[in-house]
Design a protein around this ligand. Structure first.
Ligand SMILES: [Zn+2]
Length: 329
């Protein structure tokens, strides 16, 4: 585990340099309280953090790699963004947002949810949904200064990765936690039902509208100076256009809708053999690109319909959108 510090903000990298399913957390220690941002670092990070008297945990979004250790802090108040509170309180809503209903149909998705909710609580050091379903106590407001352990933090709403995703910003220290704008060579991830490619691109610009000097990613690549972030961000966003071009060319080349998932638009073929979740993400990502190409005027409507039909995609759940809501369900 490595810990870097900028002002009062400790940047705590997780296991395997925070590669998924681990992620980086921020810790702010004040005179009277310690506050944690995200909680998916793994064994060493949790051992370090459980020694601190953490009063509040702020979660940037509902993805498991950012939240799975939150149950190890039973005395902390857990706060999540206004879109994700209802998801974390209701695993069926969570499954709709993450695309399980779109991919597997309502009934099978509901059975998967029931299985996930009963995942063992015995091994605390493995990412599991069971212990963190219903973990949040309340939600915070976007885009307003929040006092955390004597420091001002603003949760910038930066949708795209998920609809509720946000970037904690600490203007006094010029630190922006860009989280899943992680600048990895894989490129942007927008493969949930509540992800949106256009929002992803717009929110990337928003991260640069701050006066931040330090851009802290949640995975693998660590922190960047403003100049380095700006350069790498452009390459990172360009990956979206490369994927879209690949999708377009595959359709125009006459690749069958059932075979386009093996065109390596997101994942390599070998990834598909390793884990069926990659195939699900590939399908949802390609669906988003074909829909975006149709919106640009390409005549891919029939192709999309064949693609949707082959993979039994449920159109009612393909694009999940909800209203921000802080009331507990
Ligand atoms: Zn995420």
């Amino acid at each position: 585990m490595s810990v870097e510090k900028i002002g009062p903000i400790e940047i705590i990298m997780g296991e395997t340099k925070s590669k998924v399913p681990f992620s980086t957390s921020l810790l702010l220690g004040g005179e009277n309280e310690s506050v944690l941002i995200d909680c998916g670092g793994g064994r060493d990070a949790f051992a370090y953090l459980t020694q601190k008297d953490i009063s509040t945990i702020y979660l940037t979004h509902y993805h498991l790699d950012h939240i799975w250790g939150a149950h190890l802090f039973p005395n902390a108040n857990v706060s999540i963004n206004p879109y994700d509170l209802k998801k974390i309180c209701n695993p069926y809503e969570l499954a709709k947002a993450s695309g399980q209903y779109a991919l597997y149909g309502k009934e099978k998705a509901q059975r998967q949810v029931e299985h996930q909710c009963h995942q063992s609580r015995n091994d605390e050091l493995k990412p599991r949904w069971g212990p963190v379903i219903n973990i949040a106590d309340d939600c915070y407001a976007y885009d307003q200064p929040i006092e955390v352990a004597g420091t001002t933090m603003t949760m910038l709403h930066t949708p795209g990765h998920t609809e509720g995703f946000c970037c904690p910003y600490f203007p006094e220290y010029g630190v922006l936690f860009v989280g899943d704008y992680d600048l990895t060579s894989f490129g942007p991830w927008y493969n949930d039902a509540d992800s949106d490619i256009n929002d992803f691109i717009a929110s990337a610009k928003r991260t640069l509208e701050t006066d931040a000097e330090y851009f802290v990613t949640a995975h693998h690549k660590g922190s960047f100076s403003r100049q380095a972030y700006q350069e790498r961000l452009q390459q990172y966003i360009d990956k979206i256009y490369e994927r879209e071009e690949k999708t377009k060319q595959a359709v125009q080349r006459g690749v069958q809708p059932k075979d386009i998932v093996y065109e390596e638009i997101f994942y390599f073929r070998k990834n598909h053999r390793q884990n069926r979740h990659y195939l699900g993400s590939e399908i949802l990502g390609i669906a988003k690109h074909i829909e975006r190409l149709i919106a640009q005027g390409y005549d891919f409507v029939d192709y999309f319909e064949q693609f949707r039909s082959h993979f039994h995609l449920d159109i009612d759940f393909l694009d999940y959108r909800s209203q921000p809501d802080c009331k507990m369900l």
